[in-house]
Design a protein around this ligand. Structure first.
Ligand code: IPM
Ligand code: MN
Length: 390
C-alpha cells in the first residue's frame, strides 16, 4: 500500500465544484486500488480574503511544501485585491510557483476525439483530433511575472522580496508604473532543458511524427528574449535527434491556430505562455478542457488553466474535465517520481475514461455542446473508472 498526501486547494468561484469531481476519482482510487491518498483541504483565494483578510490560513504554505502533491481549482474573485494592488489569492498560486520553485508550467494541448468546438458562435467539429497534440512549456518563476511572484512568495514565507527601484524613464511623464521582466540564464536553461526532455518522451508533431522543440520569443525586440534564444541554441546542440525551430510570439499565435499539427513541444517565457495557452485551449475545445502542471524538481501543483468563472459559480454547469485531466497529470507525475507503475496505469485509465466519455458525447457540459451538469460529468467518469478498475 503506497500512500500519498495531496493538498486540495478549491479556491474561488467554480474551483470547489471542479475539485469535488476530482476528489470523487481520488476516493475511487482509494477504494479500488492499492494506492491511497490522504487529503488536506485548504480554503483559499480572493473571496476568502474578502471574508477573512487572509489569502489562506497561516501555515498553509508549509502544509503544501510537506505534501506529495497539490491540486488547485481556481483563483480570482471580483474586487479581491490587496492594498498594494496585488491579486488576492496570488499568494496561493503565484506564491507556490515561486516559493516551491515550480519552474515548468506544462500545458498540453490535446484534442480528444469528438470534441465540438465553439468557433464563430456555432458548435462544430472543426479539426481532426489527430492534428492537435502539442505541449506548451511556460517558464513559471520569472519574466514579466517576476515582481508579482516575488511579492506573493514573500507573503507566504516571510522572505525578502524585490521592489522595483525608482527609475527615470525619459520621455514619459505623469505617474509611471512598470514591471521588470528579468530573464535569467538559470531560469531559461532549466525550462528549455525540460522542453527537450518532454519532447524526447513524446511521439513528435502530428504532421510528421518528428520530435521538435519550438522556441517562442520576441528576440527581434526584447533583450531577455535574445538571451532565451541563445540558451535555446546551446541546449539544442546537445539534442541532435530533436528538430528545432523558432517563432516570434505574434506570428506564433497565427501558426498555432493555422497549423497546430506542426508543433510538438513549444517553450516560451512566462507571460507569452500565459497568453498563448488560453488561445491554444480553443484548439482542444476551450478552457474547460485545458489542464496544466506547475512542476519543479521536488514539488508539483496541478490546476486547470481556466479561471474561477464567477458568473457560473455554484451553478453546477462548468466542465470539470480540465481539472480531471490535471488530476491525470498529477497521477502520472506521482507515478514517475515515485516509480509507481500502478499510478501510471491509473493515470492512463483516467485518460481512457475521459476519451470514451467525450467520444460518446452524451454526458458533456454546455461548452462542448451538451447540457449535462458538472457533477453528472464527474459521476459518469467515476462510473467509467469503476468499470475499468474492476
Ligand atoms: C494562469 C492564470 C494565472 C496566471 C493567474 C490566476 C494569476 O491566468 O494560471 O494562467 O496569470 O498565471
Ligand atoms: Mn492564464
Amino acid at each position: 500500500m503506497a500512500d500519498y498526501s495531496v493538498v486540495l486547494l478549491p479556491g474561488d468561484g467554480t474551483g470547489p465544484e471542479v475539485i469535488n469531481q476530482a476528489q470523487k476519482i481520488l476516493d475511487l482510487i482509494n477504494e479500488k486500488t492499492s494506492v491511497g491518498f490522504n487529503y488536506d483541504t485548504i480554503q483559499c483565494g480572493g473571496e476568502y480574503f474578502l471574508n477573512t483578510g487572509k489569502e489562506w490560513e497561516e501555515g498553509s504554505f508549509e502544509r503544501c511544501k510537506n505534501a506529495d502533491s497539490m491540486l488547485l481549482g481556481a483563483i480570482g474573485w471580483p474586487g479581491a485585491r490587496r492594498k498594494n494592488g496585488d491579486l488576492a489569492g496570488g499568494e496561493v498560486v503565484l506564491g507556490l510557483r515561486s516559493g516551491l520553485d515550480l519552474y515548468a508550467n506544462v500545458r498540453p494541448i490535446k484534442l480528444f476525439n469528438g470534441v465540438q468546438h465553439k468557433i464563430h458562435g456555432k458548435y462544430k467539429t472543426v479539426w481532426d483530433s489527430k492534428n492537435v497534440d502539442l505541449c506548451i512549456l511556460r517558464e513559471n518563476t520569472e519574466g514579466l511575472y517576476y515582481g508579482a511572484l516575488q511579492r506573493s512568495r514573500a507573503r507566504s514565507t516571510g522572505e525578502a522580496f524585490f521592489e522595483s527601484p525608482e527609475l527615470e524613464f525619459p520621455g514619459l511623464s505623469g505617474e509611471i508604473a512598470w514591471d521588470p521582466r528579468p530573464i535569467s540564464e538559470k531560469g531559461s536553461k532549466r525550462i528549455i532543458s525540460k522542453a527537450f526532455e518532454i519532447s524526447s518522451k513524446r511521439n513528435g508533431a502530428p504532421s510528421d511524427n518528428k520530435s521538435r522543440v519550438t522556441c517562442v520569443d520576441k528576440s527581434n525586440v526584447a533583450r531577455g528574449c535574445q538571451l532565451f534564444r541563445k540558451i535555446f541554441d546551446n541546449i539544442a546542440k546537445g539534442h541532435s535527434n530533436i528538430e528545432t525551430n523558432y517563432a516570434y510570439i505574434d506570428a506564433f499565435t497565427m501558426w498555432l491556430i493555422r497549423n497546430p499539427e506542426e508543433f510538438d513541444v513549444v517553450v516560451t517565457s512566462n507571460m507569452f505562455g500565459d497568453i498563448a495557452t488560453d488561445l491554444g485551449s480553443v484548439l482542444q475545445g476551450g478552457m474547460g478542457m485545458a489542464a496544466s502542471g506547475n512542476i519543479g524538481d521536488k514539488h508539483a501543483l496541478f490546476e486547470p488553466v481556466h479561471g474561477s468563472s464567477p458568473k457560473y459559480a455554484g451553478k453546477n454547469i462548468v466542465n470539470p474535465i480540465a481539472t480531471i485531466n490535471s488530476l491525470q497529470m498529477m497521477l502520472e507525475w506521482l507515478g514517475e517520481t515515485h516509480n509507481n507503475d500502478e499510478l501510471i496505469q491509473i493515470s492512463n485509465l483516467v485518460t481512457k475514461a475521459v476519451g470514451d466519455q467525450i467520444q460518446e458525447g452524451k454526458i458533456v457540459t454546455y461548452d462542448l455542446g451538451g447540457s449535462s451538469s458538472t457533477s453528472e460529468v464527474g459521476d459518469d467518469l467515476v462510473k467509467r473508472m469503476t468499470a475499468l478498475l474492476d
